[in-house]
Design a protein around this ligand. Structure first.
Ligand SMILES: Cc1cc2nc3c(=O)[nH]c(=O)nc-3n(C[C@H](O)[C@H](O)[C@H](O)COP(=O)(O)OP(=O)(O)OC[C@H]3O[C@@H](n4cnc5c(N)ncnc54)[C@H](O)[C@@H]3O)c2cc1C
Length: 469
């Protein structure tokens, strides 16, 4: 157990910018470790293109924090976070809605629980303000967690502080339909391969329906791209150079997938394999899956159906989906900006900027991708910031762990081609030859990787513990 140094008598304060996912987790971690925290959030005074509320921890798109299946990579990340006492995962677990093997949450309940946790922590002062400057004061540690939609003045400030540039590219939001407008005669509940509970609604296509849908999709009118949304290429110069949209491969718009080949959607988000239709006893030609949005089950998300079509065109084309002929859309798919730093060139494994070690970057802005990954990075940033505030040196998470591997990726990937990453097994160190040989199959290898990750994580937690109060 690490003793807080005598410096803790005049402990530095921590300023956290951003009340999304990473910021509140960082704030709650640091405050629970005895630090005085200010949490600045610009909403509701100023919003972003994607947020709809002034709430903390707003989930802007899907309501899923990914798989809970044992020995998968997202499960491992969440297990590590739970063992470290993640406050936002506690809130997520308490707000869970049925979603098969995934942890999906009622987003309003989730935000409410996070707000309650913050309100009940006397060491956190909340300020509703847009931060536009990153002036460094010696007595303050800053955690920048302003997310992929960081406001422009702050992004400019970060750009001038790092000198290395940041870049934006395109990500997308999937549409939501009103449950009452779904034709329940045409759709069916099923779990893929009959595994887990049948929480997803499936809209089945015949080949003819699929072909007609694909033609309509590829010919539909897209939203025009505005110059202000164009991608910034980092590193070449300080001034932005405009390039065509660069989509994140894990979140491609459906019309972009459709353009890549007539079967691409059928083997991607519209994959029918394992989804036996109860009326025919066979798999349909293709399906669209709908995932319950909230506990009341009064709205459903079109899984993987993010797109960049005009709203009128979306209504026309998506109503060609069997079962959605009369769909009422509560939200349309959208395209949005995504800002992140060139982490490999700028960050240490303790999430401190190399050039300004008093500033830590957390969440999507640091180059991790996804809700859970953003919360995880907030958890690390909160602990690192607390160590600095206590006058001790933060210790990076071990490479063997999911948290350590994700951080290792963002700080060691090739800087020029850097793209944000989700947690996957590729990021973990491979097993040694001897262990590989002894493992029966991939499942067994993953089990061993998870086991040793959790052991290394426990050791790190014990070795880096400050005194929680
Ligand atoms: C439109 C969109 C859809 C996404 N969909 C998914 C998805 O379905 N699944 C998934 O896993 N991930 C998704 N992501 C990626 C990512 O997981 C989320 O963006 C996640 O919310 C990132 O967490 P964060 O804490 O880094 O940023 P955020 O949650 O965005 O939090 C940042 C906060 O900082 C505030 N802020 C910004 N600038 C300032 C300023 N100058 N001063 C004060 N406050 C400021 C913002 O208002 C915001 O509340 C999506 C991202 C976007 C943009």
């Amino acid at each position: 157990m690490r003793e807080a140094s005598p410096a803790s008598l005049s402990m530095k304060k921590i300023h956290i910018i951003g009340g999304g996912l990473a910021g509140p987790e960082a704030a709650l971690q640091a405050a629970s470790l005895g630090c005085q925290v200010t949490l600045s959030e610009m909403r509701p005074l100023r919003s972003t293109e994607a947020h709809q509320t002034g709430d903390f921890a707003e989930l802007v798109c899907s309501n899923s924090l990914k798989s809970e299946s044992e020995n998968t990579a997202p499960w491992l990340l969440k297990q590590e976070m739970r063992r470290a006492g993640s406050f936002l995962l506690q809130a997520a677990d308490a707000s869970a809605v049925p979603a098969g093997h995934a942890l999906a949450v009622d987003r309003l309940q989730f935000s409410r629980r996070v707000a309650d946790l913050i309100a009940s922590q006397p060491r956190i002062e909340v300020r509703r303000e847009e931060v536009t400057s990153l002036r460094q004061e010696d007595e303050v540690i800053t955690v920048l967690a302003s997310g992929p939609l960081t406001s422009s003045p702050l992004a400019d400030e970060l750009q001038s502080l790092t000198g290395a540039g940041h870049l934006a590219f395109y990500d997308s939001i999937s549409p939501i339909v009103d449950a009452a407008s779904i034709d329940m005669e045409k759709v069916y509940f099923a779990a893929r391969w009959n595994k887990g509970s049948a929480d997803y609604l499936n809209c089945p296509f015949t080949k003819e329906e699929y072909d007609a849908f694909l033609d309509a999709l590829t010919n539909a009118k897209r939203v025009e791209t505005h110059d202000s949304d164009k991608t910034w290429e980092p590193s070449s110069s300080d001034s932005p150079s405009l390039t065509p949209p660069a989509y994140f491969e894990g979140c491609l718009p459906i019309e972009e997938l459709a353009r890549r080949g007539r079967d691409t959607l059928r083997f991607g988000p519209m994959k029918p394999a394992g989804l036996t239709h109860p009326k025919t006893g066979r798999w349909p030609y293709a399906v669209v899956q709908l995932r319950q949005e909230n506990l009341r089950a009064d709205s459903y998300n079109l899984v993987g159906f993010q797109n960049h079509l005009r709203f009128g065109e979306q209504a026309r084309v998506l109503r060609m989906i069997p079962g959605l002929e009369h769909a009422v859309f509560l939200r349309y798919g959208q395209i949005h900006r995504n800002t992140y730093i060139q982490a490999p060139a700028l960050l240490q494994e303790t999430l401190q900027l190399r050039s300004h070690p008093g500033i830590l970057i957390a969440g999507q802005l640091s180059g991790v991708e996804g809700y859970t990954e953003s919360i995880a990075s907030g958890l690390l940033a909160g602990r690192f910031a607390a160590a600095l505030a206590h006058g001790t040196r933060p210790v990076p998470a071990p490479r063997l762990t999911a948290n350590g591997s994700l951080t290792h990726y963002i700080t060691h990937a090739e800087a020029k081609r850097f793209q944000p990453a989700n947690m996957t097994f590729d990021l973990l160190p491979p097993l040694e030859e001897e262990l590989r040989r002894r493992a029966r199959d991939k499942k067994e290898r993953h089990r061993i990787q998870c086991e040793r990750a959790l052991a290394a994580w426990e050791q790190w937690l014990a070795a880096t513990a400050l005194h929680p109060r």
